[in-house]
Write a protein that binds this ligand. Structure first.
Ligand code: APR
Length: 236
């Protein structure tokens, strides 16, 4: 078996066939909304209830989506691969965990969590939030915010992710446009560390040329095929 430590990065494309809109492209979420209005700390300071309404709607819709074959294939890989598998997702949905992935880091936060800016605690939350909602921990009103990394904010778990990238021997990027940093730069770090880098996406990403190998097509087809091939190597 050639590989021992795998880091996988996923983006909105892996959840597209579950029905969740991606961000970019003609049908992307950022065509309908201006990210400056709903996904920056400045927007939240200016119009908290507009920002809450945007995330309340997305949180509400999450219940109707189901993990797809690509999410399940990655969970199977984690269960059956004899080495280490770390899944880093830019997605704020919970489809990876619902499919069974355990070693998972949500670098851009989670839709089903809120954070209190007064007491700094993070809470699981499945329902609407308003600027009048009291924090379940400190009871103060007006301090709860979506536990989402907005533009201009620092992604979560970066230290852990960089350490994993520096020591992995296989890096796989799935369903991401490669336009948002630092995630788009992970391939370069993995490459510098000597890892073999593979891109699985519907189309070449903005950083496609940095990968050694590419498979293009819908995630529900290319990801299960890729996992099957990788697991078949175990017996080699
Ligand atoms: N299968 C595989 N890939 C797909 C599919 C599919 N069925 N459908 C779309 N894609 C690809 C698109 O071709 C595109 O390259 O998924 C990618 C989605 O790109 P984006 O919409 O830019 O999503 P992502 O890369 O995850 O965005 C990164 O940007 O707005 C922020 O915080 C948000 O985490 C997000 C970050």
């Amino acid at each position: 078996m050639k590989f021992k430590k795998i880091v996988i990065l996923t983006g909105a494309g892996i959840s597209a066939e579950s029905g969740i809109q991606t961000f970019r492209g003609p049908k992307g979420l950022w065509q309908k909304y201006r990210l400056e209005d709903v996904a920056t700390p400045e927007a939240f300071a200016r119009q908290p209830d507009v920002v809450h309404a945007f995330y309340n709607q997305r949180r509400l819709e999450l219940a109707k989506y189901r993990p797809n074959a690509a999410h399940y294939a990655l969970a199977q890989l984690e269960r059956e691969f004899p080495g280490e598998v770390l899944l880093v997702t830019q997605n704020v949905d919970d489809l990876h965990e619902r499919a069974g992935s355990k070693n998972l880091l949500h670098m851009h936060g989670e839709l089903l969590k809120v954070r209190c800016e007064a007491c700094n605690k993070i809470f699981n939350h499945n329902g609407p939030v308003f600027s009048s909602t009291a924090c379940p921990g400190c009871s103060q009103k007006g301090y709860l915010r979506p536990h989402i990394v907005w533009f201009g904010e620092s992604p979560l778990f970066l230290e852990e992710i960089y350490a994993a990238l520096k020591s992995c021997d296989l890096f796989v990027s799935i369903g991401t446009s490669g336009t948002v940093y630092p995630a788009a730069g992970f391939v370069l770090l993995a490459r510098e560390a000597g890892a073999w880098c593979i891109e699985l996406n519907l189309e070449p990403s903005a950083v496609a040329e940095l990968f050694h190998e590419h498979y293009y097509g819908p995630a529900t087809r290319v990801v299960p095929n890729f996992v099957k091939k990788l697991l078949a190597l175990i017996s080699d």
